[in-house]
Design a protein around this ligand. Structure first.
Ligand SMILES: *[C@@H]1O[C@H](CO)[C@@H](O)[C@H](O)[C@H]1NC(C)=O
Ligand SMILES: *[C@@H]1O[C@H](CO)[C@@H](O)[C@H](O)[C@H]1NC(C)=O
Ligand SMILES: *[C@@H]1O[C@H](CO)[C@@H](O)[C@H](O)[C@H]1NC(C)=O
Ligand SMILES: *[C@@H]1O[C@H](CO)[C@@H](O)[C@H](O)[C@H]1NC(C)=O
Ligand SMILES: *[C@@H]1O[C@H](CO)[C@@H](O)[C@H](O)[C@H]1NC(C)=O
Ligand SMILES: *[C@@H]1O[C@H](CO)[C@@H](O)[C@H](O)[C@H]1NC(C)=O
Length: 217
């Protein structure tokens, strides 16, 4: 066996090993890309609280209007929503740190196709809002602060199968002015308390990407 042959054999083995690693790396990267799911983006688009509308000058009508937007940004994955629990609080730190519960209701679950947006507009009763204080706050040129919390369970639909259940718990504060409207014209995005990485991605997906990175390096 000449040196030349030996050298050739080594290169061949290295090449084979390298392309195997590369293929495996790309395969796991591709799998990660196609299995990766993003949580839907939920936001409050519109709010109306007639009791805070200064023109009406009356707190006798105590319902709240909320316009919720659900945006499935996944290019090729649908989302099954289980019933969505909505809870509203009035924020007054001098009465309760966690806010005063003022309304809760449940929106029915539904299926949302990929790249689809949905709106859920609802009028709901409130209870226990300290209206006198709230009216005083908005009349003084400040804003009444409310908090919306949302809890549901979702499953993603990837081709013909459904992923396991993911709990989706989101919330946001919003300010209401003396017109009874949300002060911020733009939508208010509901956020999760947990870090994105652990709430959105499955551990398998994270493992796969770490694995493919190791192979590629
Ligand atoms: C406030 O009430 C007045 C009188 O009913 C009404 O014309 C106006 O549209 C209300 N404001 C909003 C923001 O709906
Ligand atoms: C609002 O209503 C109260 C009585 O309900 C009245 O005294 C007050 O003048 C009204 N204010 C406005 C701005 O219409
Ligand atoms: C939900 O609202 C009802 C009244 O509609 C109230 O009795 C109940 O305590 C509320 N539940 C929570 C968890 O706030
Ligand atoms: C809240 O609004 C939704 C949607 O309009 C309705 O289905 C539900 O019955 C309401 N719940 C309460 C407690 O008012
Ligand atoms: C909070 O509650 C206190 C005591 O009832 C009241 O004086 C204050 O105006 C309230 N503030 C808001 C923002 O509602
Ligand atoms: C929504 O509320 C119902 C009734 O209180 C409860 O059984 C269910 O677990 C809640 N869903 C979530 C996702 O928290």
């Amino acid at each position: 066996m000449s040196d030349h042959d030996r050298h050739d054999g080594g290169t061949g083995c290295f090449r084979c090993c390298f392309s195997f690693t590369l293929t495996l790396g790309f395969a796991s990267l591709f799998m990660w890309l196609s299995l990766r799911t993003s949580n839907p983006i939920l936001s409050i688009q519109d709010v109306y609280i007639p009791a805070l509308n200064k023109t009406l000058n009356s707190t006798s009508y105590q319902s709240i209007y909320l316009d919720l937007k659900l945006d499935n940004g996944n290019k090729d994955k649908g989302i099954y929503y289980y019933p969505i629990n909505v809870t509203l609080h009035y924020i007054n730190d001098s009465i309760a740190d966690t806010g005063i519960p003022i309304s809760n209701y449940t929106l029915p679950g539904f299926y949302q196709g990929h790249n689809k947006k949905a709106r859920r507009k609802s009028w709901n009763e409130t209870y226990g809002v300290p209206w006198e204080a709230a009216v005083k706050v908005v009349a003084g040129g400040k804003f009444a602060v409310f908090r919306v919390d949302l809890a549901t369970v979702i499953r993603f639909k990837i081709l013909f199968w459904k992923t396991k259940k993911h709990r989706l718990v989101l919330g946001a504060d919003f300010e209401v002015n003396d017109l009874g409207k949300k002060e911020r014209k733009k939508g208010t995005r509901l956020k999760s308390g947990a870090p994105e990485l652990f709430s959105g991605q499955s551990p398998v997906a994270v493992l796969l990407v770490v694995f493919s990175m190791l192979l590629l390096v």
